[in-house]
Design a protein around this ligand. Structure first.
Ligand SMILES: *Cc1c(COP(=O)(O)O)cnc(C)c1O
Length: 412
């Protein structure tokens, strides 16, 4: 077992073991170095931590509670607990790192935050942070996604952000990344590319992880206060991997705590383009400025990926997860669309909490763990709430869960 420092810290070049680093054009190297230096200054600065703590408490509503899901615990014969990131302002964990990034940007004297967004969750969280901290905000989004995710587009615009359509190619997330990156390259001095997970070049995997680690730091204390011990199992869904790293980091050194990351198995694990199980089925490679496990096609291009949860369909994963997989400290498994939707309804109907479809993957995996005979307590990171997903779920799955007549009415 490695100590926390070895588990938690990349080296000076941003490597976790052989993963991470910084594979970027020379023109960006100096800018990334400046961000790394500014972040190091922030990290050592008690005033920075005090400001972030103030915002976490009074703006986000932290600490988020841990809830003992007694109905599910009874059903599965194992104590099940939920870390309630769904109760945060804006409805998910993403606000934790968006606020941190916005404060670092302010410290650096940047004028504008830019980012891409797929379903709009990162865009809304970043637009929220930009409004609060007093920065401009440009969000790049594929034209197809703009039509699909209209409520989030409206939210971003109400918050004062510009939503800039990506109009080439398939007009979805990948094209939005291209457009945002191109805009960033044009002016990396006044803008900062606020990456939405523990991915991208150094220092982002470390910095986003540090901002999210509030989840596990709180949970470790709360769980001990509630039960007198540490959880036996942690479970979190893994897209880029930020909510998972946020929960896991505080427990990496606790040998008695088994840690599980859950990737989306989508419609099929055996068909390319039908899942996004990067750690389960991918190989080490370089994409989007860093080295990690990734899903690539024969030409070395990012594979098509799919999940019913739009926050999980990313063809790579944060480099620290790759490292934690290889060292064996974290076990990575999967849950498919059907299992996730089932868990979505199960939590809604047994505990009165509607989870995000992303978080439902973690729930589904925890239920499988319990069914396979696990008896130790399970702490699940409920990364977000499901309000954003209800129309989609009712439209596509309503009749399977007895709300067919409602579907008919919605369609009228
Ligand atoms: C974006 C999102 C995720 C996936 O991102 P990670 O970086 O893997 O945490 C998970 N859950 C919710 C609710 C999200 O909005």
């Amino acid at each position: 077992m490695k100590n926390t420092f070895e588990h938690a810290m990349p080296n000076a070049e941003g490597y976790f073991g052989e993963y991470g680093g910084s594979f970027i054009p020379d023109t960006l190297k100096k800018v990334m170095d400046d961000i790394t230096t500014a972040y190091e200054v922030c990290r050592q600065d008690p005033a920075f931590h005090a400001e972030l703590a103030r915002l976490y408490k009074h703006f986000v509503g932290r600490p988020s509670p841990i809830f003992h899901a007694e109905n599910l615990s009874r059903k599965y014969g194992v104590p099940i607990y939920l870390k309630r990131e769904d109760l945060n302002h804006t409805g998910a964990h993403k606000i934790n790192h968006c606020l941190g990034e916005a404060l670092v940007a302010k410290k650096l004297g940047k004028k504008k935050l830019i980012a891409e967004t797929g379903a709009g969750q990162h865009g809304v969280a970043l637009a929220t942070a930009a409004a609060l901290v007093g920065l401009e905000c440009d969000i790049y989004m594929g034209e197809v996604d703009i039509a699909k995710e209209h409520p989030n587009v409206v939210r971003m615009r109400i918050l004062g952000a510009n939503v800039i359509p990506a109009t080439h190619g398939r007009k979805t997330l990948k094209e939005a990344v291209d457009a945002a990156f191109e805009a960033y390259m044009k002016d990396p001095i006044d803008q900062i590319y606020a990456i939405g997970s523990v991915v991208g070049p150094h220092p982002f995997p470390m910095m986003v992880r540090d901002f999210q680690s509030i989840i596990g730091n709180e949970a470790r204390i709360q769980f001990q206060e509630m039960t007198g011990e540490l959880p036996k199992n942690l479970v979190a869904c893994v897209g880029g991997g930020s909510n998972a790293m946020g929960l896991f980091t505080a427990f990496l050194e606790d040998e008695g705590v088994a840690i599980h990351g859950v990737e989306p198995a989508g419609r099929s694990l055996t068909e390319v383009g039908e899942h996004a199980a990067t750690l389960s089925l991918g190989e080490p490679g370089i994409m989007h400025g860093f080295k990690s496990y990734m899903l690539k096609d024969e030409q070395g291009e990012p594979q098509e990926v799919y999940s019913v949860a739009s926050g999980l369909d990313y063809p790579a994963v944060g480099p620290q997860h790759s490292y934690l997989k290889d060292t064996g400290r974290v076990n990575y498994g999967t849950a498919n669309d059907e299992e996730a939707i089932d868990a979505f309804f199960e939590l809604s109907r047994s505990e009165g909490i509607i989870p995000a479809i992303e978080s439902s993957h973690a729930l589904a995996y925890a239920f499988k763990l319990a069914k396979s005979g696990e008896k130790g307590s399970i702490l699940i990171n409920l990364s977000g709430r499901g309000d954003k997903d209800i129309d989609f779920v009712v439209k596509h799955y309503g009749k399977d869960y007895g709300i067919e007549s409602l579907v008919a009415r919605v369609d009228e």
